[in-house]
Design a protein. Structure first.
Length: 172
């Protein structure tokens, strides 16, 4: 008699929507790669769409959010602005020699911490967005990313990268 074994439950990959509920994905993979390269962080020149897809398959990045356009064409893979932060982090760490297998927990913790901070302190996000808009008007070009470094009472530095999504090119 052949014993029937229960099939393992299907594995579902987490998407950006799981990590950042309510976020509206607006970027294609090409947008993410272009913006990361334009920001010029360490290792950014080595980032390609194929590498981002590889990092997704390896489980270091969540899967994109699939959206089907109203005109009925095939679904598009879209990313939230936070994907740029994750790709910048991975690119810099890979450039520094950190093996991919060590990045999984680090990136997951970093992004989930970013999502939690975003929910906990919307005033800080609003202040950074306002400062970026003012600076963008001053320099005549929209600001797309801001790095803020805080120093605590023990002189430890804590950096946060904000991706600015609420900029308006017509304001320039």
């Amino acid at each position: 008699m052949i014993a029937m074994t229960e099939a393992p439950p299907p594995t579902t990959r987490e998407t950006w929507a799981d990590w950042f509920p309510g976020i509206e994905p607006t970027l294609t993979i090409e947008d993410v790669v272009d913006q990361v390269r334009n920001l010029g962080v360490e290792g950014a020149s080595e980032v390609t769409a194929d590498k981002v897809r590889y990092w997704q398959r390896a489980g270091v990045l969540p899967a994109p959010i699939r959206r089907k356009p109203k005109n009925g064409t095939r679904a598009r893979a879209l990313y939230p602005p936070q994907a740029m932060n994750a790709v910048m982090l991975i690119a810099a760490m890979r450039h520094g020699g950190v093996p991919l297998r060590q990045l999984n927990d680090l990136v997951t913790r970093s992004l989930k911490d970013m999502a939690k901070r975003q929910d906990q302190d919307p005033k800080l996000s609003d202040a950074v967005t306002t400062a970026a808009a003012n600076e963008g008007r001053r320099v005549g070009s929209p600001i797309r990313g801001v790095e803020v470094t805080f120093t605590d009472a023990r002189n430890r530095k804590h950096s946060h990268i904000f991706t600015i999504t609420d900029y308006h090119n017509d304001d320039m």
